[in-house]
Design a protein around this ligand. Structure first.
Ligand code: FAD
Ligand code: UDP
Length: 365
């Protein structure tokens, strides 16, 4: 009998496998795809450019623990993630900062104080906390900026009215009063110097890890403990109903020029069916001829097949809670990761919960 069966070889599955294996435990990892790395997987395209197969993955964290852990498997390059948003024919810094305010409203705010006062007048106040993603954004930036930068992007990204989404979705975006144009506020903003796939390779290189690719759960052998990182509703055969996930379509292009656009990510909230164009070289700092870019189109799960994003609403969170209750009744099943916990986790958050679960499993046995 297999003592630990781990379903899925993304960050959640591989971190737990590595921790258990390093402590001398034998684990079997199954992965339905033909490679490890989950959605963080990257590879060199036919032009020799390092690209991310499942959408752009920019590493950022405030956790020293995550950096210490991952640094066993990779060196890093500094990477300030810069995003611009294309609105009314112009590029604006996004998240909204003082430069965005000056350009968009044609004003001349010189200090953080002035920007704060200006934005405070635009913000919409609600009785109590904002109840949905639209209210959250309106409470942060007001109607004009919401309509220009958030409203259509959010509707297109999620395929539902922003009023139906949890406030936590738009709360992800910081607001700035200075001219800082980094996308994230974290202490560490980095990229793995040889890419993500190498991290996973090194994590799984352990004699105690048996890795089975192209293998889906359920499996025809017995196991004692199941560490599950796949879709939560699928684990229970959809018996309480389907959880909503959003999918994506990626269109890759290559150009025989040094750079295609001014920074690694340009968002297109309004005119196009795609949400963003990403140019890899800006972030990986790769020196090579030509450049590859990726257009990202949100699509329904039926069309795109891969469940990239849990769609967070009051109803879906209730349903996820009911599924998690079913799992809690089974003492040898452990849910971890973005799909299994139905949480809009970033990579570092997944690594932290996986490290915690590995400690718990080791303490138990
Ligand atoms: P996954 O990476 O999804 O891995 C789960 C694995 O389980 C997959 O390989 C899947 O094939 C496998 N699996 C599922 N079901 C089964 C089954 N039944 N049998 C066998 N195998 C199965 N995070 C950041 O920090 N920064 C970013 O910039 C960022 N950008 C993102 C952009 C996009 C488009 C997406 C979709 C996500 C992004 N993320 C980003 C989030 C990041 O991808 C996740 O936090 C992280 O990859 C989650 O790891 P995981 O192991 O939980 O899930
Ligand atoms: N968002 C937006 N406009 C943008 C970028 C983001 O309205 O230009 C909103 C949108 O609802 C999106 C959410 O903020 O889903 C979170 O954005 P983030 O960049 O964190 O999304 P991810 O990289 O996870 O797709």
């Amino acid at each position: 009998m297999v003592e630990y069966l781990i379903v899925g070889a993304g960050f959640a599955g591989c971190v737990i496998a590595e921790k258990l294996a390093s402590a001398g435990k034998k684990v079997v990892v199954i992965e339905k795809r033909n490679h490890i790395g989950g959605n963080a997987y990257d590879y060199y395209d036919e032009h020799g450019v390092l690209i991310h197969k499942y959408g752009p993955h920019w590493f950022h964290t405030n956790s020293d623990e995550v950096i210490k852990y991952l640094s066993q498997f990779t060196a890093w390059i500094e990477h300030k993630h810069v995003v611009k948003s294309f609105v009314n024919g112009k590029l604006y810094p996004f998240p909204v900062n003082r430069t965005t305010l000056n350009l968009f409203f044609n004003v001349n705010l010189k200090t953080e104080e002035e920007a704060k006062k200006f934005l405070n007048r635009l913000k919409i106040k609600f009785d109590g906390a904002p109840q949905n993603a639209e209210e959250k954004a309106l409470s942060l930036v007001g109607e004009k900026l919401y309509n220009a930068f958030y409203k259509n992007y959010t509707a297109k990204q999620w395929g539902v009215n922003p009023k139906e989404l949890s406030p936590s979705v738009t709360a992800r975006i910081p607001i700035r009063y200075d001219e800082n144009d980094a996308y994230f506020n974290d202490k560490f903003m980095l990229m793995p110097s040889e890419g993500y796939a190498k991290i996973f390779e090194r994590m799984c290189k352990n004699k105690n890890i048996e890795l089975l690719l192209n293998t889906s759960f359920p499996v025809p052998f017995e196991w004692k403990n199941l560490i599950y990182t796949g879709k939560l509703d699928e684990l229970f055969n959809y018996k309480l109903g389907k959880l909503p996930y959003r999918s994506l379509k990626f269109v890759h292009k290559h150009f025989e020029k040094e750079y295609f656009q001014v920074c690694q990510q340009i968002n297109y909230p309004n005119e196009h069916e795609y949400t963003r164009i990403v140019e890899w070289k800006h972030a990986t700092k790769q020196v090579c001829n030509g450049t590859s870019v990726m257009y990202e189109y949100p699509v329904s799960l039926e069309i795109g097949k891969e469940p990239y994003y849990p769609v967070l609403s009051k109803e879906s969170l209730e349903l996820a809670k009911a599924y998690k209750k079913l799992a809690r009744n089974k003492k040898n099943i452990f849910l971890v990761g973005r799909l299994a916990e139905f949480k809009y986790y970033n990579m570092d958050q997944v690594i932290l919960v996986a490290l915690k679960l590995a400690d718990k499993l080791l303490a138990k046995n």
